[in-house]
Unconditional design. Structure first.
Length: 261
């Protein structure tokens, strides 16, 4: 099976590093015109310049800060008005780690703005174009903690679960318009985000970060971390015509980590 996204415009959040960047690179390789979204213009410019353009497609970037919701909303609204997206990959940086006893109500509000309100806003801005053309792909980057909460990620556990539930509801509403909505439940991937979380855990536990990584890997049946490019393969499939009958799902990409099914 060959995946071609030629003629499609993909807007990809959090795409200056890690999973978001890998997704952008794969969608560009599959022929999509990509717009990167993140806070660092320097990084975005560099990455956009290195994306594949085998079909002659141009790429672009949008500087936007997910942690400043009003300015983010203004930037997204203005951009999508002029550059409608066919494929939307909702991905933001994660909220700070911490247990349920360490986080207060203000922390949950900030996480709600970051993980839920920004995604819903972006999606609602992108939907009119998708509905008008009778085709669209909405892909949410979520976490395995939606199904099996991780004790040190209380904010992410809570808000991402709400997001996946919303996405399931949305899938039913826009299915007749030829739009699919799917979420990917992310396991342990070799990214800066995971390394940062592990350093915090190692400090708390009083052990070297390498020991934390070893423990994580021992829990994964595949006995390794995922590589970001593997994430790109799945998202490219979900964005393609081949996945037109796949919607409303929450797909674990975790090397078998989840015990549930």
């Amino acid at each position: 099976m060959q995946i071609s996204l030629k003629g499609r415009h993909a807007l990809i959040g959090g795409s200056s590093k890690g999973i978001g960047r890998a997704v952008a690179e794969q969608l560009a390789l599959s022929g999509a015109r990509v717009t990167l979204v993140a806070r660092s213009e320097e990084l975005l410019r560099k990455i956009a310049g290195g994306l594949q353009s085998a079909t002659g497609q141009p790429h672009a970037y949008l500087v936007a800060d997910y942690t400043d919701l009003p300015s983010y909303q203004a930037a997204i609204k203005a951009y999508l008005k002029e550059h409608p997206a066919d494929i939307l990959v909702n991905n933001t940086q994660g909220p700070p780690a911490g247990t349920s006893l360490e986080k207060g109500i203000e922390d949950y509000q900030e996480a709600f703005d970051l993980l839920f309100k920004s995604v819903v806003f972006t999606t609602l801005e992108a939907l009119p174009h998708m509905r008008n053309q009778g085709w669209g792909r909405i892909i949410n980057i979520a976490s395995v903690s939606v199904r099996e909460p991780l004790g040190y990620l209380a904010l992410s556990n809570s808000i991402r679960a709400a997001l996946v539930s919303w996405a399931k509801t949305l899938a039913g509403d826009v299915g007749p318009d030829g739009i699919t909505v799917n979420s990917v439940l992310t396991g342990y991937f070799n990214t800066e985000r995971l390394r940062g979380l592990n350093e915090k855990k190692a400090e708390t536990m009083g052990i070297p970060p390498e020991k934390v990584i070893e423990k994580l890997i021992s829990q994964v049946p595949a006995r390794r971390l995922g590589e970001p490019e593997e994430y790109g393969y799945l998202v490219a499939f979900l964005a393609s015509e081949a996945a037109s009958y796949l919607t409303g799902t929450a797909i674990p990409l975790d090397g078998g980590l989840l015990k549930s099914y």
